[in-house]
Design a protein around this ligand. Structure first.
Ligand SMILES: NC(=O)c1ccc[n+]([C@@H]2O[C@H](COP(=O)([O-])OP(=O)(O)OC[C@H]3O[C@@H](n4cnc5c(N)ncnc54)[C@H](O)[C@@H]3O)[C@@H](O)[C@H]2O)c1
Length: 345
């Protein structure tokens, strides 16, 4: 992977027209979007982008597959794209991950920039260079580390995003606050989805992840903090999917953070008041979105299958305080089981 990290531009995308307009460099522009995000292109008032060749993919996780990657590669071939050209990827996390994978592998890599349009893509998926798609029913099974040239985070794109998608994206904003920003946490605690200033929280949240991945691009150390909530959260997500009562990823992570805060308190890494604060605040904000009916034994079995676990132990990144996370906490199945039963789900 190129270790050249991208520039991130915040605010109205049109103020960056001189950066986005590459026509003077005789580059051709290719655009990748999905059925829902193609309308986001209308917001971009830059002729060379509007005149670019557009590839539209199916929307949603069920389309994050090899056949869509082939669609992008064939599209680039049909238009004889070269490494001198540029690809703009306009969409949520699914399109960012797939577009970046396809561009970074086509002819050994065509430069690309990301224009994330969902909250989750702005604060999480567009940052950090992970690309990929689902394969053999395994999530993000095939992928690369490939950095974009630039990322353009414009909160105005969120105007057309569905409310539940916006709420789910907030889980990653909360996660970043717990990892390293008490001030952001306090601000979130004093607001609701209606009163939040998205421009500000996107900037703070994205920057926090960016700083971490810059220090640890390949997740050998500090980047593991970003797994907060995910050990329990992924298992809850899989459990609900198996029960045909699937939820959005963010809601499973929000609930995962509540349970992991409780585990952290019970093993002495954190205090009862921190665990309570996380539970009370996430329950206040996410309300019915995180009311789940869960069989904890089943969820624990799913945790043991998590790819982060090298042994029979379960690996966690746990909150110590708001703004501080401990990575690589390994716990045995029985210990986790006893603690979570006590939580009284
Ligand atoms: N690469 C990474 O580091 C990383 C990190 C976190 C998540 N991800 C990936 O991100 C994906 C989830 O991203 P997501 O939640 O954005 O899902 P998504 O891309 O499926 O977007 C959710 C839905 O919202 C629609 N949408 C997006 N922006 C819109 C807009 N502005 N207006 C109207 N509709 C819009 C999409 O078409 C889709 O239907 C997962 O596949 C996950 O693996 C990657």
């Amino acid at each position: 992977m190129s270790l050249k990290f991208p520039e991130i531009f915040f605010g109205n995308i049109n103020q960056y027209s001189s950066k986005l307009d590459l026509s003077n460099d005789s580059k051709r522009i290719f655009l990748i979007a999905d059925e829902n995000t193609k309308s986001c292109i209308d917001r971009i008032e830059i002729n060379s982008l509007k005149d670019g060749k557009l590839c539209i993919l199916g929307a949603g996780e069920e389309h994050k597959n090899l056949s869509q990657i082939e669609t992008i590669w064939s599209f680039l071939n049909r238009h004889q794209a070269s490494r001198n050209d540029h690809v703009y990827i306009i969409g949520g996390g699914v399109i960012c991950d797939m577009g970046a994978f396809a561009a970074s592998t086509y002819k050994r890599g065509v430069p690309f920039s990301l224009v994330p349009t969902s909250l989750l893509a702005m604060v999480d998926a567009s940052v950090g260079g992970k690309t990929g798609f689902n394969f053999n029913n395994l999530k993000n099974n095939i992928g690369t580390f490939s950095q974009p040239t630039a990322i353009y985070c414009d909160s105005q794109f969120l105007n057309s995003l569905k409310m539940d998608e916006k709420m789910a994206g907030m889980a990653e904003v909360y996660k970043h606050a717990i990892i390293g920003d008490r001030e952001l946490w306090n601000y979130l605690s004093n607001n609701s989805i209606e009163t939040l200033d998205f421009e500000t929280i996107i900037k703070k949240s994205t920057q926090l992840k960016y700083n971490i991945v810059k220090r640890d691009p390949f997740e050998s150390n500090e980047r593991k903090k970003l797994n907060l909530g995910h050990t329990v959260g992924h298992a809850i997500e899989s459990y609900l999917l198996n029960k045909n009562t699937s939820t959005l990823h963010g809601f499973a992570i929000a609930y995962g953070m509540i349970l992991e805060a409780f585990i952290s308190y019970k093993i002495g890494h954190s205090t009862k008041s921190i665990a309570e604060e996380i539970k009370v605040e996430l329950t206040r904000f996410f309300k019915h979105f995180i009311e789940f009916n869960i069989d904890i034994d089943h969820v624990i079995d799913l945790m043991l299958n998590d790819k982060k676990n090298n042994t029979s132990k379960i690996n966690f990144s746990l909150p110590k305080d708001i703004g501080e996370v401990q990575i690589d906490v390994e716990l045995g199945k029985n210990e986790v089981q006893a603690i979570l039963k006590e939580f009284n789900i």
